[in-house]
Structure formats: structure tokens, C-alpha cells
Design a protein around this ligand. Structure first.
Ligand code: HAM
Length: 434
């Protein structure tokens, strides 16, 4: 094919920006992370829920907030014959929608759900930030007890710990409720109004639509104002103050170290009271702001009501697969291959090939982890493959063995081999491998 056409085809079918293929070499990370997260969640009483990857846009417009980056800039709208559908940018709002439309509020409360899958945001891709990414999330709906906030943080940390990702920095804040947040917003506006001309373009817009986000600005010029900005903890109502105090006490009880970050506000409007982000750190003292969080979440007591249901206090959190796996690789966390064969069937000659086919089936059905490369006929090639797979034992079946009704068992590490009657094979393998 001429080079020019080759190039053209390549571009036309190139991977969309900010996405990636999960190749077989990485499958073991993805599967282990999913399984560990699922098992740990189940140990804490969570059950699985799956929701569609697209929803009506209102599910997000009503809950995340119209003046947020995700809704303003990052949602993928689908071209449809009329429905206003979007690819889900996050999980919480969709889960709350499912809680409502499926009447899960009629079940004993709280309802404890976990989910995982792909999510979509039109972001500027960079390391650890993608346009299609994968989250594992936990949502506990129908209970306002602050012990649940601590439990969600604890489960996420337990999942990370299971993979040896231990040095975690938990940033924590409370952003209050409908009662106390307006007072804080006024204090914030009073502080920021005189400084407005010195703010970045984004913050100039945020000041009227979503002043809390001023505290989240990453621009150098705005950061100096954030340092001295009023802190919401000083304005919390009694209920929010007590709630926050108890979350902290429960985290202390669990021995989970945290950093109180009065400027942590998170990017979605649905949050109330507790918000948190979890980072990996070499040491908690080294913790720098502006890194990418491994996990994040918080309480969202009004979300279900905002979708049209009865008030259902809730709390949840989610971690990104890509960021956790990236961290595991950086820390050289060892993950075993998903299938590690112990015995390899080698065949030499057409009759042996036929018999080997049946032998492989028998081995597999008897519970041995068997491998083969029946498409290859040379002994050297088959032995090399067995070697690459790191099997303990190779079974060699040639013309002579077929004739004698025997088989050769070869120890791959020592090279020692023995010939035994075929009928004794399973018994001998059990002695060797079990
Ligand atoms: P979020 O902070 O937007 O919160 O995302 C949660 C986690 O997903 C992040 O901490 C990060 O690990 C990962 N993540 C987010 N965006 C990307 C991206 N573009 N590329 C790669 N990873 C990403 C939520 O989505 C909330 N729904 C969490 C929650 C659950 N709050 C309450 N319940």
C-alpha cells in the first residue's frame, strides 16, 4: 500500500484524543483492581449497581450545577433524534437517579451501592487525565450519620492499601449546608469584590455564578488571595460543625491521618458538609497541593431531592482506575499473571497431535492449568514457548510414546525427564503439582 494512503488511513482511524486501549499486557492490573475493589466493598455491605453510560442531560444539569466546568465545558452531548442525552461525566447523579426511579428509597435504608465503568469528560488530556476514564465508586444513600462519611474514606483507603499503595494523604473539609453556606458566600464576596480586577478571567466569571470555586483556582495570581480568604469552617452552623467534628473523630479512631484543607470545595454543586480527596504521598509532610487525586468524594444530602425525590441524605466517593494503576506501576507493585499454566503439552507428529488434543482437554477438565501451542510442530519451538510461560512440567507425546501408550514428563527447570505409562499420568501429575 502506498505510504501516503497508509498515513491517511492511520489518521482517520486513530485513537480519539484522551482515550487509550487497554491491551492484554495490562489486563491483569484492571482485573485485579476491579476484583479487589468489588470484594472489599462487599465486605462492607455494598452491592453492585449498573446504570447506562448515557443519561438525560437534566440528570447532570440539575445536580452538578450549570456553572461548573463539567457541565459548562466537559459534557459530551449525543446527537439523537430528539432526546437530550449526554455521556455520563461521573457516577453519583446517575446512581441517585436510579435510586429514585427504581424506588430504592422503599428498601431498608441506607442503600449501599458500588459501581464501576467508563466515564467521559472533554478535558485537556495529560498524564492521569483522560477523556474516557474509569471510576470505581461507592454511594451510601439514605443515612445522615457522619460515621458513613468516615466509612467511605476508609473503604477507599483499604482498597489502596491492599495494593501496597499505603502513603495516603486525605484532604478534608466541610462546605456546610443550605443554612450556613449562604453566609459563607457573602463573606467570600465581601473579601473578593475589591480584588476582582486582579483575578484571572475564570474567577471574574465565577465570582457571580459560583463564588465557592474561587477557592479552587489553580492560577498563580489568584492563589495568593486564596491564602487569606475567609474559611468556611468559621461559618459552619451547629449541625455542620458537629457533623464535621464527628467525621474527624471517626477517622482518628480508624487511625487514618488527614489534612484539613479549608480551601477544598470540589467541582460539583451537589456536595454538602464533608468533602475529601485522597492523594498518594511519599510522606504526608511532603504533600503538595494541585496534584491529581487518586480518589475523591463527599456528602450530598440534597441531590436526590433535587432530582425530584424525597430528601435522602447520602455520601460517596470514587477512585480512578487509571490513577491507581499508574501509581501501582510507579511503585512496582507486583501483580501475578491472571493465568499461570503449570503444565505444557508438546506433540510431535500427526498422530501425537490428535492424541494431544484430547489430552489437553482431559488435563483442563481434571483441574490442571494446562497450555499448548498446537499450531507449532517443532520440539524446540514448543519447548521455548513452555519456557516463556514458566511452566513447571512439560508433557511430550511423540510417535514412540503413542505406540507404547506412554508419555514423557519433563521437569522444565532441571531438564530431568521420565517416561511413564499414559494411564498413570494424572496420578503422577497430582503427586508432582498438588
Ligand atoms: P471526581 O473527583 O470528579 O468525583 O472523580 C473521582 C475520581 O475519578 C478522581 O479522584 C480521579 O481519580 C478520577 N478522575 C476524574 N476525572 C478523571 C479524568 N479526566 N481522567 C482520569 N481520572 C479521572 C466524582 O466523579 C464524584 N462522582 C465522586 C463521588 C462519588 N462523590 C460522591 N460520590
Amino acid at each position: 500500500m502506498p505510504k501516503k494512503i497508509k498515513k491517511q488511513i492511520k489518521e482517520e482511524i486513530a485513537l480519539p484524543k484522551g482515550t487509550f486501549d487497554i491491551l492484554p499486557s495490562d489486563e491483569k492490573y484492571w482485573e485485579r483492581v476491579e476484583n479487589v475493589a468489588k470484594n472489599i466493598s462487599r465486605e462492607y455491605g455494598f452491592v453492585k449497581i449498573e446504570t447506562p453510560i448515557f443519561e438525560h442531560s437534566n440528570v447532570y444539569l440539575r445536580t452538578i450545577g450549570e456553572a461548573t466546568d463539567v457541565v459548562e465545558k466537559q459534557m459530551y452531548y449525543l446527537k439523537t433524534k430528539g432526546d437530550k442525552l449526554v455521556l455520563r461525566p461521573e457516577g453519583t447523579a446517575g446512581i441517585a437517579r436510579a435510586y429514585l426511579v427504581n424506588g430504592l428509597f422503599e428498601q431498608p435504608q441506607p442503600v449501599k451501592l458500588f459501581y464501576f465503568g467508563p466515564f467521559f469528560r472533554y478535558e485537556q488530556p495529560q498524564s492521569g487525565r483522560f477523556r474516557q476514564f474509569h471510576q470505581f465508586g461507592l454511594e451510601l444513600i439514605g443515612d445522615q450519620d457522619p460515621i458513613n462519611d468516615a466509612e467511605i474514606i476508609n473503604i477507599l483507603c483499604e482498597i489502596f492499601n491492599k495494593f501496597g499503595v499505603k502513603n495516603l494523604a486525605i484532604e478534608l473539609n466541610s462546605i456546610g449546608c443550605k443554612l450556613c453556606r449562604p453566609k459563607f458566600k457573602s463573606a467570600l464576596l465581601k473579601y473578593y469584590r475589591p480584588k476582582v480586577k486582579n483575578l484571572c478571567q475564570n474567577c471574574k466569571q465565577r465570582i457571580d455564578v459560583n463564588p465557592l470555586r474561587l477557592l479552587d483556582c489553580k492560577e498563580e495570581g489568584c492563589r495568593k488571595f486564596i491564602e487569606n480568604a475567609p474559611q468556611i469552617v468559621d461559618k459552619l452552623c451547629e449541625d455542620c460543625k458537629n457533623h464535621f467534628k464527628l467525621v474527624i473523630e471517626y477517622l482518628d479512631e480508624l487511625g487514618l491521618p488527614y489534612i484539613l484543607n479549608p480551601h477544598l470545595v470540589r467541582g460539583f454543586d451537589y456536595y454538602t458538609k464533608t468533602v475529601f480527596e485522597i492523594f498518594y504521598e511519599d510522606s504526608i509532610e511532603n504533600h503538595k497541593p494541585n496534584q491529581l487525586a487518586l480518589a475523591s468524594g463527599g456528602r450530598y444530602d440534597y441531590l436526590v431531592k433535587e432530582l425530584g425525590g424525597r430528601a435522602a441524605p447520602a455520601v460517596g466517593g470514587a477512585f480512578g482506575f487509571e490513577r491507581l494503576i499508574g501509581q501501582m506501576k510507579k511503585q512496582n507493585v507486583k501483580i501475578n499473571d491472571l493465568f499461570e499454566p503449570e503444565v505444557f503439552v508438546i506433540q510431535l507428529g500427526p498422530t501425537a497431535k490428535k492424541k494431544a488434543l484430547k489430552l489437553f482437554e482431559n488435563l483442563r477438565k481434571s483441574g490442571f492449568k494446562a497450555a499448548q501451542s498446537f499450531g507449532k510442530d517443532s520440539l524446540a519451538t514448543q519447548l521455548a514457548r513452555a519456557d516463556r510461560l514458566k511452566v513447571k512440567t512439560a508433557l511430550i507425546l511423540g510417535q514412540k510414546e503413542i505406540f507404547d501408550e506412554s508419555i514423557i514428563i519433563k521437569e522444565m527447570d532441571t531438564g530431568v525427564q521420565e517416561t511413564i505409562p499414559m494411564e498413570k499420568l494424572m496420578e503422577r501429575l497430582k503427586e508432582k503439582l498438588r
